[in-house]
Design a protein around this ligand. Structure first.
Ligand code: ADP
Ligand code: MG
Length: 601
């Protein structure tokens, strides 16, 4: 339900009772107004009855006084009669003034006044005049006449009172009915509106409550979905083989999966809330210096960072394990960073396998070279023994000196070959300064025989004094591989060219940072590498040479070059006139200070 509709219902539920109560109040007001009117009328009837009663009393006073005067002829008895005269006139006026008289009442009042006037003029005044003139009190005839007149007055008075009482009675009845009606109406009104409001509110509330239960259901379903997805996530996290740690924006550990617990030696309870630097301490494999945490890198670069090799994790107990790791930001719906996830794995086995393969490849290279080397060494040794034979079988001193020089030259060649051979094996622990031209010449010396066998000529362009930093035996392995590949790809009569181009390159695409160093280019005009094969040549065990190849050469070479911080790239064309391959290896000068001084080549 829309909030607007919800508000509308609330308004309806509130407004309806208020409107009903207002209506009720108006009706009640009108009813009470009517009842008040009736009460006022009753009041008038009461007034009329009271005034009539007072008038009746005055008439009685008048008559009594007249009788006393008639009996005694003493003027003092007449005084109440005289007093009542004006008061009675005032009383009649008052009676007339009482409002709300109908025509009948008015005519009764008129009758009363007239019959009193008749009594007064026709009986009372003549009697008083007769007594005053000293005559006899009036005769029976007159008295009877007086009595008849007084009876008429009484009748009229009774009529007036009676009329007023009747009016009062009907008005009281009307008032009662009004009150009764009001109460009844109130009751009916309350009943009907109560039911109506009840039904209305019920129907509205029904609607609200059905919507509310719909919402509840949706919420429940969402909670269930959330629970399920959390459960899935938990199961996934705990069953994957990589260590996973999630952190908040400040780099505090939130969650660790069991592999992460095992690799770091910290449990989730211990690590929760601690800083990642404390739980996940990583060092450079070579220098054993602390390495920047991938999370710090992610924070700085604001993007995922890939796997870094050659990293060692210091576990909680101080032991070390070789790992590779990567980090990525966790973002909210609007893309804002809200935390990080760190993924790492124990790559000890991987490293061992790589090392084994590397050693294997070295052996293969050496094995391949063994025959060549035997041949290379055999030839000068053969010459030496021939020269020695000649010297022993009586050569002149001049001849002996010449033979000696020749033998020495041949032995120097043997020494050279054996040194080149040793160079392939001699390991140094730290990187050293390598003279590229000298190294490439030694390699070409070793490969000379093999290349001659293949019918390939070699062209070199090896400027002296170009140095790079690195591990010589490893670099030798790289170039031996690449030159052998070039020779093997060439047809008899083909040409392999080996050249050194000193200069700068940018290692990261698009970056303006230039790295100083040299590029070794090994080019051939051989068969070339078909385009569909090119993506695979750096994969281990990929070879097109059947049992004559291992498919490890380029893979190992790439590994070594990358470890040296350099790059290796291949350009090749396998069809048309211009077929052939160029492999370029860039190596950085790094901290080599002197460049181009002294040639040892
Ligand atoms: P291998 O030499 O033992 O086959 P590599 O890793 O050295 O293994 O080379 C892999 C493959 O790459 C080779 O089998 C070959 O097909 C191709 N390849 C490498 N260098 C060249 C080249 N210079 N010309 C043509 N193909 C090449
Ligand atoms: Mg090879």
């Amino acid at each position: 339900m829309e909030p607007r509709e919800f508000n509308r219902i609330l308004r309806q539920v509130l407004i309806l009772p208020i409107a009903a109560l207002l209506l009720l109040a108006v009706t009640l007001y009108l009813q009470i107004q009517g009842a008040n009117q009736t009460v006022k009328l009753i009041q008038q009837s009461d007034d009329r009855i009271t005034e009539a009663t007072v008038a009746g009393k005055l008439i009685v006073d008048e008559e009594s006084a007249l009788r006393g005067y008639q009996t005694t002829t003493d003027a003092r008895f007449l005084q109440p009669y005289l007093d009542a005269q004006p008061r009675l006139q005032a009383q009649f006026m008052a009676l007339e003034r009482v409002p709300g008289a109908d025509e009948l009442q008015k005519s009764r009042l008129q009758d009363l006044r007239e019959s009193h006037q008749t009594w007064h003029d026709g009986f009372a005044e003549p009697v008083i005049a007769a007594i005053r003139s000293g005559g006899r009190p009036p005769d029976v005839e007159l008295n009877l006449h007086g009595k008849v007149l007084m009876d008429t007055i009484r009748d009229d008075l009774n009529e007036v009172v009676h009329e007023a009482q009747e009016h009062r009675k009907t008005r009281i009845e009307r008032w009662r009915q009004q009150v009764h009606r009001t109460i009844l109406g109130l009751f009916a009104f309350a009943l009907i509106f109560g039911i109506a409001i009840g039904l209305f509110v019920r129907s509205r509330m029904h609607r609200v409550s059905s919507v509310y239960s719909q919402y509840l259901e949706i919420l429940n379903r969402r909670a269930e979905d959330l629970f399920q997805s959390e459960e899935q996530l938990r199961t996934t996290l705990s069953s994957i083989g990589d260590g996973v740690i999630t952190c908040d924006l400040e780099g505090r550990v939130l969650l660790m999966n069991p592999v992460a617990e095992e690799l770091t030696g910290w449990t989730q309870e211990m690590a929760g809330g601690k800083s990642l630097e404390q739980v996940f301490q990583i060092l450079d494999e070579g220098t054993r210096e602390p390495v920047e945490n991938p999370i710090t890198l992610v924070k700085r670069l604001n993007k995922p960072v890939g796997l870094t090799n050659h990293t060692v994790l210091r576990r909680r107990d101080g032991s070390k394990v070789s790992i590779s790791d990567s980090g990525a930001p966790i973002r909210d719906r609007h893309g804002a960073m809200m935390g990080f996830v760190l993924v790492f794995r124990d790559n000890t086995m991987e490293r061992r396998t790589q090392e084994a393969l590397l050693a294997n490849e070295k052996l293969v290279v050496a094995g391949r070279l063994a025959a060549t080397i035997a041949h290379e060494i055999h030839n000068p040794l053969d010459s030496v023994s021939n020269l020695l034979y000649l010297m022993r079988t009586g050569a002149s001193p001049e001849e002996s000196a010449l033979f000696m020089t020749l033998a020495e030259q041949e032995l120097a060649r043997v020494t050279q070959i054996s040194r080149a051979m040793l160079g392939l094996y001699r390991e140094s622990k730290t990187p050293v300064r390598v003279d590229l031209a000298e190294m490439l010449k030694e390699i070409l010396l070793l490969l000379e025989h093999r290349l001659t066998e293949l019918g390939v000529t070699v062209r070199t362009e090896l400027p002296a004094g170009v140095y790079v930093e690195g591990f010589p035996s490893e670099l030798r392995q790289v170039f031996t591989n690449l030159i052998t590949n070039a020779g093997e790809a060439s047809n008899p009569g083909g040409q392999v060219s080996v050249s050194i181009v000193p200069g700068e390159v940018s290692l990261e695409p698009g970056s303006s940072r230039m790295e100083h160093g040299a590029t070794v280019r090994i080019a051939d005009n051989g068969s070339g590498i078909p385009e569909e094969v090119q993506p695979q040549i750096f994969q281990p065990f990929f070879t097109t040479k059947g049992e004559h190849g291992t498919g490890l050469g380029l893979w190992v070479s790439q590994g070594i070059v990358t470890k040296h911080g350099g790059t290796i790239s291949v350009e090749s064309c396998s069809d048309g006139e211009q077929h052939g391959t160029v492999v370029s290896v860039f190596l950085a000068t790094k901290q080599i200070l002197e460049l181009g001084t002294g040639s040892r080549g």
